[in-house]
Design a binder for this molecule. Sequence first.
Ligand SMILES: NC(=O)c1ccc[n+]([C@@H]2O[C@H](COP(=O)([O-])OP(=O)(O)OC[C@H]3O[C@@H](n4cnc5c(N)ncnc54)[C@H](O)[C@@H]3O)[C@@H](O)[C@H]2O)c1
Length: 434
Amino acid sequence: MKKHVAVIGTGYVGLVTGACLAEIGHSVVCVDSDKKKVQMLRRGVIPIYEPGLDKVVVKNSRLKRLFFTDRLLEGLDRAEIVFIAVNTPPLPNGEADLSYVETVAKQVAQNMKRYTVVVEKSTVPVNTGEKVKQTMRLYGKEHNGFDVVSNPEFLREGSAVEDFLKPDRIVIGVDSKRADKMMRELYAPFKGKLLVTDIKSAELIKHSSNSFLATKISFINAVANVCECVGADVNLVAQGMGMDPRIGKSFLKAGLGFGGSCFPKDLRAYIKMAEQSGYHFDLLKTVQKINEDQHNWAIQQLKKALWNLKGKVVGVWGLAFKPNTDDLRNAPALSIIEKLLQEGSVVRVYDPVAMPKAKSILKNVVYCKNPYEAAQKADAVLLATEWEEFKKLNLKRIKTHMQTPVFLDGRNLYEPASMAAMGYQYHSVGRPNP
Ligand SMILES: NC(=O)c1ccc[n+]([C@@H]2O[C@H](COP(=O)([O-])OP(=O)(O)OC[C@H]3O[C@@H](n4cnc5c(N)ncnc54)[C@H](O)[C@@H]3O)[C@@H](O)[C@H]2O)c1
């Protein structure tokens, strides 16, 4: 059954949610306070890099199922379901800053025209649903009525459209029959994938899932360190572990650690929230520590190979926190580049899509047109993001551009034996050199 939906906040999550809800037949108005973003979207220009998203946006805008506005009132005009998809950045103490969520809840309460289901789409700590309800009651008009629902988002940047349209699960935390029915109707095409819970459990599912995935990454990076100590190969260890279905093979890739807008932030928020609720989640603190150590590991490896880094030229391939996205938030590459600059290195960078965004935040580096240029006169090359295009490079040619053939593969993209055969001094994560 077609629903009228408003999505407040048209970032990664809001835009994908809005566009994909329109794709499955609903009428959606995406609202964002950023006027420039709205103007771009109205012209069919997508402000983020996300494969396939442009087609869904253009198609549904043309079919008049998807609209963009910077005016909340316009968004609420016909809305019966309102998604809150604004940012929840970390405060200095690690807690999630929920002031954006509060602002939207207040504005929706003051301006909604009818009974409305207000959906938390942003990643929020447990009990935020209660706070949203409290805010809605405080500022709302009594005769309208509302329900609050938690519907955490599990999409992955880089495959967000597919993740939304072919979900593993859709979690709906709800405490009213009316809202339950509306949410089931909204997600009718994904009927078999629905898990309906209470609101607090739904909120916890999101933070627990992200923290568990981060734990898997830190676990395998810790194993990689052991492999380096004893001369074993972490890829083989991970393969052997992953064949056990209870463990599973995903998120067992050793590398420079996790980044992005979610894992680091959600981990901090979960630790803080657990602490405030009376539990010290020490396991997650160690997960954080192992992740940060991976950035230092990269510097240590370069120092081992080059001795002093002052004045040394380091080419960095890949800036985005993972391939297929231009998202640089908490990207390991940025933290490592920062450390290299502190050491006095000259850093030459290349990323297939994240360069325009990088230019506004990363100064004092040399931006290069391609990986070959980034390797020019380099004392070492560091591969920080495993973009597909890096698999197809002429590595023999690259070597001829370099000052010294030191290669630090932070994502285990290449084979140690073939790199050594080409004459590289090759170092990767948790794998022995031939
Ligand atoms: N990015 C991801 O991969 C991902 C995945 C799952 C969940 N999440 C969660 O979803 C939420 C949103 O993340 P994001 O990456 O889309 O953030 P984002 O920063 O890309 O987008 C947030 C948008 O909200 C807008 N906004 C802020 N206040 C507003 C207001 N009062 N009215 C209208 N618009 C407003 C901003 O202008 C911005 O465009 C966060 O809680 C995040 O943790 C993100």
